[in-house]
Design a protein around this ligand. Structure first.
Ligand SMILES: O=C(O)C1=C[C@@H](OP(=O)(O)O)[C@@H](O)[C@H](O)C1
Ligand SMILES: C=C(OP(=O)(O)O)C(=O)O
Length: 413
């Protein structure tokens, strides 16, 4: 099954292309609300982004935004909401950023604190550390800065991406870090655009730029791939996702290994991943700190395991599009599944779920994950099926196609 492009890679490629010398051609970008919002944000800042469905062309402006004033609406996208203020800070002008109600609740204080420590004039309008905010930009000198990235790796990614746009470069010392594989994506992509970051333990030394434009092909999204792969493990079918394999930049390909530990047959080739369900799913305890976007996927198939599934070290899933630990628990209870949660964990017990309406809380991953549960649970409906547009507008059609190919009967929506 073909999976749409990676959100994380598309967002970084847009930032890097905008900041680079020259014109970047981006192949197979993700077409979704998040990446549309990112591209629109760049346009609002005066960057030229030309979009054909398969190819986006971005003219770089190493000097920063082309306008002296702009309003950017970041929608629900945390990559947009956290990366673009850093890009704007390197330019000159007054740039105001706002976001949806959902995104306004999500934190960015450690990032804006670090930007201020670097001399950026940044004000939060309502609540400290949250959108809306205004950057009165006049370039960034650079230097040393300390950052706590324990709530989100996106704070560190934003500073790393900014580093080459500063006059002297940045030396970032990180005191805590979650979702570490996303930082590896950032470093690898900065390298593709011509900048090598030196790392010693928790210190990242980013040289001044420039970034250099390049042709860049976006991998399929590994978090999105978790739904068809989990569907195969759950129903005893087989799914191959081409373009995602052992050489992928994305940590979330390791979700396939979790399915393997549960009893599915997993083949991780150089350029494709295949999961085949074996009719058996074992319970397990798993630390998902590195791959927490796939927590709802695992929670949604967990009731079918033959023992408890305990997912640990995922506090940050509480500050995503919704509180994902509570949303998973609430929906599993609606389906009649015994479940408990703690500050940073969830434990799900074996049960045969019964049909119910899923409360999506505007969260694409809750909608997509519990749709997978629906492959073995008649009568599951979603209160907000449209929220999948954040990363996979074609999700319901794709799942219907799998359902039809596997002879699993009519969908319930
Ligand atoms: O940098 C990125 O592209 C992302 C980092 C992760 O967030 P956190 O670092 O906030 O966990 C991930 O959940 C998100 O979907 C995308
Ligand atoms: C958490 C997510 O998105 P973001 O943080 O990029 O808004 C996600 O896609 O699951």
């Amino acid at each position: 099954m073909q999976v749409p492009g990676s959100k994380s890679i598309t967002a970084r490629a847009l930032f890097l292309a905008a900041a680079a010398r020259g014109t970047t051609v981006l192949r197979r970008p993700l077409l979704s609300d998040d990446t549309d919002g990112f591209a629109e944000g760049l346009s609002a800042l005066g960057y030229r982004v030309e979009r054909e469905p398969e190819t986006w062309t971005i003219e770089g402006r190493p000097e920063g935004p082309a306008v002296a004033e702009a309003e950017v609406f970041c929608r629900d996208g945390a990559t947009t909401a956290r990366f673009l203020p850093a890009l704007a800070a390197a330019g000159k002008g007054v740039f105001r950023f706002d976001a949806s109600a959902q995104m306004r609740r999500r934190p960015l204080g450690p990032l804006t604190g670090a930007l201020r420590a670097l001399g950026v004039d940044l004000t939060h309008e309502a609540q400290e550390g949250h959108h809306p905010l205004t950057v009165r930009a006049n370039g960034v000198q650079g230097g040393r800065v300390t950052l706590d990235s324990g709530l989100s790796s996106q704070f560190l990614t934003a500073l790393l991406l900014l580093g080459p746009l500063t006059r002297e470069g940045l030396r970032i010392t990180v005191t805590d870090l979650v979702s570490a594989p996303y930082v590896e994506i950032t470093l690898a992509m900065m390298r593709s655009f011509g900048v090598e970051v030196e790392r010693t333990g928790g210190t990242f030394v980013v040289p001044p730029g420039p970034y250099t434009a390049t042709g860049y092909a976006v991998e399929p999204d590994a978090s999105t791939a978790s739904y068809p792969l989990a569907a195969a493990a759950l129903t005893g079918r087989s799914v191959t996702v081409p373009g995602l394999g052992s050489s992928s930049l994305q940590g979330d390909v390791r979700f396939a290994e979790v399915l393997g530990r549960m009893g599915a047959e997993v083949r991780l080739g150089a350029d494709a991943v295949t999961v085949t369900g074996t009719g058996r799913l074992r319970g397990l305890t798993v630390n998902m700190r590195d791959i927490s976007d796939t927590v709802p996927t695992l929670a949604a198939i967990a009731p079918f395991a033959d023992g408890p599934v305990r997912i640990e070290d995922v506090y940050n899933t509480r500050i995503k599009e919704c509180d994902r630990l509570e949303a998973c628990a609430e929906n599993l209870r609606r389906l009649g599944v015994p479940v408990s949660t703690g500050r940073d964990w969830i434990e799900i017990h074996p049960a045969q779920p019964r049909g119910a309406e899923i409360a999506c809380h505007g969260d694409h991953r809750i909608a997509m994950s519990f749709s997978v549960t629906g492959l073995r649970t008649p009568g599951i409906t979603l209160d907000e099926p449209g929220c999948v547009k954040k990363t996979f507008p074609g999700f319901h059609q794709a799942l219907d196609d799998l359902r039809a190919a596997w002879g699993l009967g009519e969908p319930h929506r």
